[in-house]
Ligand binder design. Structure first.
Ligand code: CP
Ligand code: NVA
Length: 308
């Protein structure tokens, strides 16, 4: 493995980056996507450890396949597999994994755990989703939007549903990529005030409402996500009731711009946050969005491992 880096390039949240770095990551993702199979393999002899303390299909497979396509290796740890699940500290885990691997991706509940891992690791740490954010997803989402509609700068993105981790990373992206963000959630499920205040203080053109139709009016893209995120199961019944007015259905899509895209990070719960007609309809780009996780992960790995 490579020599420990005193200042590893972590990928923790979109709000921590300048636009030039975010653009460099997306440009690399696009370049690798265009090059297709057999592209350069700059990560030969590099190992990525993937830690999953929550379930995953897309994040796991896209990081695993992406790392291999770049020439590297992966080791996957589930929450039952590691000593962290039996109480070994995050700091000690970070120190040990840094002696074996060249980068660590973690999907976990507590954002604080991610930050501790990054503080004590001497290799890059990547946020594969926490209760607070999901930045790798939104990098793929920006890439997808721009493939279909050109630069996102100045466009209007509407979020309807739960003010969750994915919504928070969209808000971060709105500030950095300079698009308008209109978010409709029930009052009890809004993004935290401090995040909204931060976006406003950064000059973001943001609309916060509890009326889904108001958010989608004039939108170039309508985005939603599950109403019951991992860890929210004890509130399931309440959420399924109060979120009904935020369903992405044909009537709601008809209030957005006629060429508005529909996006969803998946997994979808058809009949809850989205209808079959919308997710399977001609405005939906959800399969491109899922594919672009692979290409975006490769851009992020190239950045973290300093081959861009
Ligand atoms: N969108 C996403 O992160 O999917 P997984 O939970 O399957 O990784
Ligand atoms: N908000 C969802 C995203 C899943 C990819 C969750 O945290 O469960």
């Amino acid at each position: 493995m490579s020599t420990p880096n005193p200042s590893p390039r972590h990928f923790l949240d979109i709000d921590q980056f300048d636009i030039a770095t975010l653009r460099a990551i997306l440009d690399k993702a696009t370049e690798l996507k265009k090059a297709g199979r057999g592209h350069e393999k700059p990560l030969v002899d590099h190992t990525l450890v993937l830690i999953f303390e929550k379930s995953s299909t897309r994040t796991r497979i896209s990081f695993e396949v992406g790392m291999r396509q770049l020439g590297g290796e992966v080791v996957v740890l589930g929450s039952q597999d590691s000593q962290m699940g039996r109480g070994e500290s995050v700091a000690d885990t970070a120190r040990v994994l840094s002696r074996f691997a060249d980068a660590i991706m973690i999907r976990t509940d507590s954002h604080q755990k991610l930050e501790w891992l990054a503080e004590f690791a001497s290799v890059p740490v990547i946020n594969g989703l926490t209760d607070d954010s999901h930045p790798c997803q939104i990098m793929a989402d920006i890439m997808t939007f721009e493939e279909h509609r050109g630069p996102i700068d100045g466009k209007t993105i509407a979020w309807v549903g739960d003010g969750n981790n994915v919504a928070a990373s969209w808000l971060h992206a709105a500030v950095k990529f300079n698009f308008k963000f209109k978010i409709a959630t029930p009052l009890s499920l809004q993004l935290p005030d401090h995040q909204i205040d931060w976006a406003i203080s950064e000059g973001c053109d943001i609309t916060v409402t509890d009326v889904a139709e108001d958010a989608v009016a004039g939108a170039d893209c309508v985005v939603t996500d599950t109403w019951v995120s991992m860890g929210d199961d004890d509130e399931r019944d309440k959420r399924l009731q109060i979120l009904v007015p935020y369903q992405a259905n044909d009537a709601l899509m008809a209030k957005a711009n006629s060429d508005a895209l529909f996006m969803h990070c998946l997994p979808a719960h058809r009949g809850e946050e989205v209808t079959d007609t919308v997710i399977d309809g001609n405005q939906s780009v959800v399969w491109d969005e899922a594919e672009n996780r692979l290409h975006a992960q490769k851009g992020i790995l190239a950045y973290c491992l300093e081959v861009i």
